[in-house]
Design a protein around this ligand. Structure first.
Ligand code: UD1
Ligand code: UDP
Length: 380
């Protein structure tokens, strides 16, 4: 069986690392060679700095990409269009049984469209998530990807319900036929990755010492979503709040290149104060991120992945967005959705309950990658 995996952005490397490991483990034990999985990895090039891409392949031992398309730093139309064209060439050559796509980036949509126009089956990992905000590029990418995928691997029951509400039929529906797309709750592959790599991150990372955080309370923060970076007043409010928080607690902020560029241009008046008062670092690798998560007091973020990782490592999260796809975290009381309002951010920080209850298992049992492969094999 041949699977072409399309990845290009940081969170996709982390998700694909978990599934690639499961593929290697599957191949090591399989007796029937018809079920050996041959994975071809296509890196679109969307993320390209060494600390946004190469570091994850090295640290997480993701197989080296078979194709590197080097498409990045363009508007959405140009980026998606060029990826579509180049991925089609790869698919025509490789003729895979399945194309596997992850999440909701432009690389996800391009991979899905290229595959479906060649009648190749698409497996969407992290299907069914919705913010119900059509201004988000990610919402458009994920709705279109889900609509034409064949195997929709949902990380949560909420994601399954979202798809049912959009007309997807489950086998329990009397009108379900074998031609319907398969909607399955597999759990979240990011939990597989967090569980596996956290067992040796302490031996691999020196970040806590390097940033002089031993024994200190700190807030771990990331900001990169277009809805914050491309809106000056939102970004300014967020940074003003962070500067105020830094009077009492260290704020550690590994900066996405997108945010870095915008601080230098739009927020240039705050730039030197930001660098003086916050512990700014370039983007960090996954081992460093896990160690920061283990040691932090609070996570503040607009990242999708980090909201869940805060939960995996039992840390309260303050989400700098107006809505989240991970609604179960808000319902469980471990994630406060505050948007970009300075007062609300500060209120959330002061009302964080460090002994909040975390035991419920919301994202599966760390076996999502295995379940995904089982579904692919059973539909082969
Ligand atoms: C993309 C995804 C977003 C995801 C994020 C993960 C889309 C529409 N958005 O957003 O859903 O949360 O990745 O991090 O696909 N840049 C660099 N170096 C890099 C990567 C990016 O300088 O290694 C710069 C680009 O040149 C561009 C900006 O950052 O100017 C934005 O990059 P882009 O890939 O367009 O979107 P992200 O904001 O990274
Ligand atoms: N991450 C990382 N280093 C960083 C910032 C994030 O390793 O400096 C990891 C983070 O732990 C998570 C993933 O990147 O696993 C999330 O990606 P990102 O926030 O870029 O995208 P999103 O999840 O919002 O799409």
């Amino acid at each position: 069986m041949k699977i072409v995996t399309i990845i290009g952005a940081r969170p996709q490397f982390i998700k694909a690392a978990a599934v690639s490991r499961a593929i290697a483990e599957h191949n090591a034990v399989i007796h029937d060679p018809r079920y050996t999985i041959h994975e071809i990895i296509v890196h679109t090039g969307q993320h390209f700095d060494a600390n946004m891409s190469d570091i994850f392949f090295e640290e997480m031992q993701i197989p080296h990409p078979n194709y590197h398309l080097e498409i990045n730093s363009m508007g959405h139309g140009a980026m998606t269009g060029r990826m579509l064209e180049k991925i089609e060439e790869v698919l025509l050559k490789e003729k895979p049984d399945y194309v596997m796509v992850y999440g909701d980036t432009n690389s996800t949509l391009a991979g899905t469209l290229a595959a479906k126009k060649l009648h190749i089956k698409v497996v969407h990992v992290e299907a069914g998530l919705r913010s119900f905000n059509m201004r988000m590029p990610e919402e458009i990418n994920r709705i279109l990807t889900d609509r034409i995928s064949d195997i929709l691997c949902c990380p949560t029951e909420t994601a399954v319900k979202n798809l049912q509400n959009e007309g997807f039929r489950l086998p329990s529906n009397p009108q379900f036929t074998i031609n319907d797309p398969q909607v399955v709750n597999t759990g979240d592959v990011m939990q597989d990755a967090a569980l596996f790599y956290s067992s040796f991150s302490a031996a691999k990372s020196t970040i806590i010492r390097k940033l002089e955080l031993e024994g200190k309370d700190f807030v771990l923060c990331t900001i990169h979503r277009a809805e914050n970076t491309d809106d000056e007043s939102r970004l300014r409010n967020i940074f003003e709040a962070l500067l105020e928080v830094s009077n009492d607690l260290s704020v550690v902020l590994p900066l996405h290149p997108r945010t870095q560029k915008i601080i230098d241009t739009t927020l240039h008046d705050l730039r030197s104060t930001i660098h003086e008062k916050l512990k700014i670092s370039p983007p960090v690798g996954y081992f460093d991120m896990i160690e920061l998560l283990k040691h932090t007091k609070i996570v503040m973020t607009d990242s999708g992945g980090l909201q869940k990782e805060a939960y995996f490592f039992k840390k309260p999260c303050i989400t700098l967005r107006d809505e989240t796809e991970w609604v179960e975290l808000v319902e469980a009381g471990v994630n406060q959705l505050v948007g970009s309002n300075r007062t609300n951010i500060l209120k959330a920080i002061s009302s964080v309950n460090p002994s909040v209850y975390f035991t419920e298992n919301l994202y599966g049992n760390g076996q999502a990658s295995v379940k995904i492969l089982e579904h692919i094999i059973s539909s082969y």
